[in-house]
Structure formats: C-alpha cells, structure tokens
Write a protein that binds this ligand. Structure first.
Ligand SMILES: Nc1ncnc2c1ncn2[C@@H]1O[C@H](COP(=O)(O)OP(=O)(O)O)[C@@H](O)[C@H]1O
Ligand SMILES: [Mg+2]
Length: 274
C-alpha cells in the first residue's frame, strides 16, 4: 500500500497564540480507515482543518498522495483539496433546499465557479447525486427540504454531499456527536460502508471509543496537540485509553468551528430549475 496522507512534524498555532498541534507525524495509507480519539481540546479538529487545507501549518508538512500541500496555489491547490471530502458534527446543509440540491453542492468542488450553475445542471451530475442519495437510503426524501429531515437523515445527506465530490479521502470530524448512540452507530456504519465500497481513505474523529474500536483497524490517540499513540485497534488497551482521557471519557462539549456551506443565491437558482 502507498501513503495517501503524510503528515510530518506538523505544528499549528492559532492567531491568538494557542498552540493546538505540536510535532504531529502520521502516515495514512490508501484505503485505510483510521479513528482519531482524544479529549476535548486535543487538537483533533485542528488536525482535520489542516488536512483539509482550511488552516495552513505553522510548521511541518502535509503531503496528499505525495504532493506537499504548501507548494500548491490556485487551481492546483483547489484540485488537490477537492480530493478530500468533509463531514462535520454540524451538518452544514442548506435547510430550505432539497436533499438533491444539497448533494449537488458536492459537485461544485469539481466545477469552475463561473460555470457552476450550468455544471450543476448536467445530467450526469444529477444521476450521480441521485445514486448516492439512494445508497444512503434517502431515495424517498430526494425532494424533501433538508430541514424537514431527522438528525440521522441529515448526516446521511452530508455524507452523500461529501461523496458527490468524488473524493479519495473522507475526513469525518465528530460526525455523529449530535445523534443518540443507536443512531450514531448506524450512521457511522453507513459512513464506513460507503468508504469501503468506494475504496476511500478515511479518518474519523469519534468520541465513542466502542464505536471507534468496532469500525477502525487503527486508532490514533491525541492529547494536548500531540500523538500519544498510533496503534492497531487490538493493541489499544483500556489502560492506554484511560491515560488518553485522563479519567474524562465524556464527549467534547465544545462546538467545533468549521465553516458553513451557505450558498443561498445559487441554491435559489438551483431550486427553480430542478
Ligand atoms: N479558533 C480558535 N482560536 C484559538 N484557539 C482555538 C481555536 N479553535 C481551537 N482552539 C484551541 O486549539 C486547541 C485544539 O482544539 P481542537 O482542535 O478544537 O481540539 P479537539 O477537536 O480535539 O477538541 C484547544 O486548545 C482549543 O481551545
Ligand atoms: Mg473537535
């Protein structure tokens, strides 16, 4: 297997001086599904934001399929980053738009912004979106407004939208933190099933240790901006986990601060033409 994501001595400091990541090094191979665990404030979301190109490292490098992200500008950077699909705790759906429109937004990542609307209208885009919606079990909800769906259904729409972008890597940052445990397990199973079916590489930041153990063969434990352990799941002992959480196994109460997807004007136009 070859490396899909290589993080080498990554450090990140927020503009207010908070040092969120120190010297993080990781290699994720193509097709691997890795869970990231750790207490609130460990730097998990910051790591994902750096991998997604939302934040740029203060030090160290991130290579995606061998290419140093920092060396890319403009179109080449957008193209490389479009390989990364994102699913966050908050669903970032456009509530008043249909399931279909929300998923079609995922196609935007591959489109020239100037021709996005035309691009959206292509038959193959719509077919791809409809297929993905069916695969996440939402065919009956295709034309329903996103804000009329349940939490689990919304996160499935967010998953379909991320996959509509045809990523090779899926990053899911606390994708089920807002769902009850039974639903959370079902949605994570869906994410893992789709990721495996499509042969994607995935990193899942989960707060449920049991769930992480069940779906990932490898677990990265983060604490205070560092990697505390990076091990095959069957070597992650209860002792290590209690060290990781320092007695606090509760889910992160801090809301993540990820940018929203609000494209009201384009959406309105899209709703009219669909
Ligand atoms: N926008 C921000 N500005 C300043 N500090 C931040 C910001 N976001 C997160 N942090 C800080 O960075 C550290 C890592 O946070 P984060 O990556 O959100 O951790 P996790 O996702 O593991 O809970 C924490 O100390 C947190 O308070
Ligand atoms: Mg977080």
């Amino acid at each position: 297997m070859s490396a899909d994501i290589t993080v080498d001595r990554l450090s990140y400091r927020y503009p207010d001086g908070t040092a969120a990541l120190h010297d993080v090094s990781l290699t994720i191979d193509k097709g691997e599904i890795v869970a990231v665990l750790g207490p609130s404030g460990a730097g998990k979301s910051t790591l994902f934001r750096c991998l997604a190109g939302i934040d740029s490292p203060t030090a160290g490098t991130i290579r995606l399929d061998g290419t140093n992200l920092a060396s890319l500008r403009g179109k080449a950077r957008r193209k490389t980053l479009s390989r990364i699909g994102l699913v966050f705790q908050e669903f970032h759906l456009v509530g008043q738009a249909s399931v279909l429109s929300n998923v079609l937004i995922g196609r935007l990542a591959n489109a020239n912004p100037a021709t996005s609307l035309l691009h959206w209208m292509s038959r193959s885009d719509r077919e791809a979106a409809v297929t993905l919606i069916a695969k996440v079990g939402l065919a009956p909800q295709l034309r329903k407004r996103a804000d009329a769906l349940s939490g689990g259904q919304r996160q499935r729409v967010a998953l379909a939208r991320a996959l509509a972008q045809e990523p090779t890597v899926l990053l899911a940052d606390e994708p089920v933190a807002n769902l009850d445990p039974v639903l959370a397990a079902a949605v994570v199973d869906d994410i893992v099933r789709m990721v495996s079916e499509q042969g994607l590489t995935a990193m899942l930041n989960l707060h449920d240790v049991t769930l992480a153990r069940r779906v990932a063969k490898r677990i990265v434990g983060m604490q205070a901006g560092r990697v505390l352990f990076d091990l095959p799941t069957d070597q992650v002992t209860d002792v290590l986990l209690s060290q990781l959480y320092g007695g606090d196994t509760g889910p992160s109460a801090r809301p993540s601060n990820t940018p929203g997807t609000t494209l009201p004007t384009l959406i309105e136009a899209l709703e009219v033409t669909l």
